[in-house]
Write a protein that binds this ligand. Structure first.
Ligand SMILES: CC(=O)SCCNC(=O)CCNC(=O)[C@H](O)C(C)(C)COP(=O)(O)OP(=O)(O)OC[C@H]1O[C@@H](n2cnc3c(N)ncnc32)[C@H](O)[C@@H]1OP(=O)(O)O
Ligand SMILES: N[C@@H](CCO)C(=O)O
Length: 376
């Protein structure tokens, strides 16, 4: 397949004023969009919409400048084959990857929003994405896929706009967070809020609560991985390699987590982190819909639910529940369970385990009837 059939495009789409679930209005909303792959078909039959997780962004597919965070799954000849499909990824509302968020300028004051930014929900994120895609002339897509917070958006897409996507792939996600996941989120939140650099959220253009955000990431990384992985990678080894007990001796696992904390601080805004955590905590598919089962009843798309047995943050029982509810509602659905020492982060790493089934689902759906592959 010649590379010339592929496109890479980055743009900002203005969607105007947005009325949020909490009743507030956000004006002059912009959405950062990246597109990669083939030209889109008018009927959307080769379009895949990707929804990113907490610290992801619109750069799911790598280009000549930078690798993408889902390059293992998406690309020429890969499971989501950019020689065949047009892949769209949108940074979420409240994020810090180009879409309007707390670091954006508040048109009413000319200053960054900070904590004047309104509370946004997962449903708000999806309705803003819908507006954005309408502006781009896209009314239907073949598949919506995403993991973790992205999976929450995927299910909301299926419920809010049942005819928008023919297929949904929610990965390592849930109808609502467990209290334990909310507890982890709050530890991260408190680390940020109690950092003197936070300054009630008005730290721009300064660097802000870098220590708090780094600690939040360190803690979160423990929930994203597994004890088995840490045992295998680090065991009880010291970073220096010395076995002598020193006051400043540093275990490899400590060094690794500190490195991960520093890495996040360089690429993520603390206020966005807080707003997105809140959106995840407050998300509930069943809210104001008569419960989760009634909410899921609206879905018309085929659904491939993917769960990771070692996921500490979104236990696999949550994906089993989603699948069972969908099945009992008579929906076309399947549950793919994988095992991985990466735990929750497996959706960003274990492409050999998830990719083949995702590819088959995208190309053929669940009944195996098959859609025509567009190979030129
Ligand atoms: C491809 C991209 O650009 S992704 C960037 C955007 N990120 C996102 O969108 C969020 C989704 N991505 C992620 O969460 C992650 O990138 C993942 C899950 C895909 C992979 O995680 P990674 O952190 O890259 O992998 P891993 O856990 O193996 O850590 C490797 C890093 O730890 C460092 N490290 C390993 N052991 C140690 C140690 N003992 N002490 C200090 N640092 C260590 C490595 O040097 C490496 O550092 P680098 O990333 O600066 O090169
Ligand atoms: N590693 C993922 C975990 C959250 O799902 C992220 O940073 O977004």
């Amino acid at each position: 397949m010649p590379i010339s059939t592929r496109i890479f495009e980055k743009k900002k789409v203005s969607v105007g004023s947005v009325r949020l679930e909490n009743g507030e209005t956000l004006s002059q909303v912009e959405v950062a969009v990246e597109a990669a792959g083939r030209e889109p078909e008018a009927d959307g039959s080769n379009i895949v919409l990707v929804c990113h997780a907490l610290t992801g962004d619109a750069h799911a597919v790598g280009d000549q400048e930078q690798p993408g965070w889902w390059d293992g799954l998406i690309g020429p000849g890969k499971s989501i084959d950019t020689n065949l499909y047009h892949v769209l990824t949108l940074n979420v509302l409240g994020g810090c990857g180009g879409t309007t968020g707390p670091a954006s300028t508040n048109p009413a004051t000319g200053q960054p929003y900070g904590t004047d930014f309104p509370v946004v929900s997962i449903r708000d994120m999806v309705s803003v994405q819908k507006r954005c895609l309408e502006k781009l002339g896209i009314r239907r897509v073949e598949m919506v896929i995403g993991g973790s917070m992205g999976g929450m958006l995927v299910l909301e897409w299926g419920i809010l706009y049942p005819t928008f996507a023919r297929k949904l792939v929610p990965i390592a996600t849930a109808a609502a967070l467990t209290p334990t996941a909310i507890a982890f989120n709050d530890i991260g939140r408190q680390a940020i809020l109690t950092d003197p650099g936070y300054q009630q959220g008005s730290y721009y253009p300064g660097s802000g609560p870098v220590q708090g955000l780094a600690v939040a990431r360190m803690m979160a990384m423990v929930t994203y991985r597994t004890p088995q992985l840490f045992e295998k990678r680090f065991s009880r080894n010291l970073q220096s390699g010395r076995s002598v007990i020193q006051p400043d001796s540093l275990f490899q696992v400590e060094s690794y987590l500190r490195h991960q904390g520093k890495k996040l601080v360089q690429r993520f805004d603390a206020n966005s982190y807080l707003y997105l955590l809140k959106a995840m905590d407050t998300h509930d598919l069943g809210r104001n819909r008569g419960g989760v089962e009634t909410a899921l009843a609206a879905i018309e798309a085929e659904v491939l639910v993917v769960g990771i047995r070692e996921d500490q943050l979104f236990p696999v029982q949550q994906q089993r529940e989603l699948y069972t509810l969908l099945k009992n509602l008579g929906k076309k659905c399947e549950l793919l369970e994988i095992s991985s020492e990466y735990g929750h982060d497996a959706f960003l790493v274990e492409y050999e385990k998830t990719g083949p089934r995702i590819r088959q689902f995208l190309d053929q759906g669940l009944n195996g009837a098959g859609i025509e592959r567009r190979i030129s």
